[in-house]
Write a protein that binds this ligand. Structure first.
Ligand code: ATP
Length: 237
């Protein structure tokens, strides 16, 4: 069964000083699912994602991506994951193409393979008309496409997207949601958000976290059948 799981988190905790930012959480994401990781500010979403990517060590518990333990097999985890951090540090002075070539080179892509991969990824995220522009010239929505392209460049199985729609205007928001749905086909996706409608728009399932604890985990219809609309669960946080 575990081979069907792209992400497996067991009794994971992260303590900063005296604060338990992530407090004994467990959940799994099956291959091919798009899961929304929902919770208010400070709930522990980014911390969980940073542990999954290997960026932060856990205090306790374990996390696996594609069957690889993040602590013991960090390189395998890194190549399995495309990660878009919450405050994605883009190089505003670089050209879109140049930046993606650089991103691809970090995964060992080079020469013709790198050129092909960059060109494919630019098309995939709809940056065809912007590829010769500097990142600093782009709108926030297009910068987010660059961020997604960077996460996709090495064709990872799993996408981990930390609040990919925060700060976007309504049109950009719809476009980026649609893009997540389309690039997420045939991949496993977990993305964090505090916007409930976002989960309803693109997710198979939602995991809700509050104060470091998982407070709900299910499909939207399961959560609704449980006598509570997802709105109610969220309102109680
Ligand atoms: P947001 O939506 O604001 O990004 P989040 O759900 O991603 O919130 P985290 O960023 O994981 O939440 O933070 C969880 C808790 O851990 C918060 O209370 C935060 O203040 C705390 N925290 C996060 N990073 C650190 C750090 N490096 N040192 C100390 N405390 C931290």
């Amino acid at each position: 069964l575990s081979t069907k799981m792209s992400i497996k988190i067991q009794n994971l905790s992260k303590v900063y000083g005296t604060q338990r930012a992530v407090d004994d959480i467990s959940f799994e994401v099956a291959k091919g699912e798009i899961v929304g990781f929902l919770g208010p500010n400070g709930a522990g979403k980014s911390t969980t994602m940073k542990i999954l990517t290997g960026y932060l060590p856990a205090t306790d518990g374990s996390a696996e991506v594609n069957g690889f333990d993040v602590k013991t097999l960090p390189m395998q985890v890194k190549s399995s994951i495309g990660y878009l951090p919450e405050h994605n540090p883009l190089y505003l002075d670089m050209y879109v193409r140049e930046f993606l070539e650089f991103a691809g080179s970090l995964y060992g892509l080079k020469g013709k393979t790198l050129q092909i991969k960059v060109a494919e990824t630019i098309e995939m995220v709809g940056l065809g008309l912007e590829k010769h522009k500097k990142i600093g010239q782009l709108s926030k929505g297009y910068r987010q496409r660059v961020g997604l392209a960077q996460a996709l460049i090495h064709n990872p199985d799993v996408l981990i997207l930390d609040e990919p729609t925060t700060g976007l205007d309504p049109n950009q928001l719809v476009e980026i949601r649609e893009l997540i749905k389309s690039v997420g086909r045939n991949k496993t996706v977990i993305f964090s958000t505090h916007i409930m409608q976002e989960v309803e728009a693109i997710c198979d399932r939602v995991v809700i976290i509050n104060r470091g604890k998982i407070v709900a985990n299910g499909t939207l219809s399961e959560l609704k059948q449980g006598g509570k609309g997802i709105e109610d669960v969220f309102r109680e946080l």
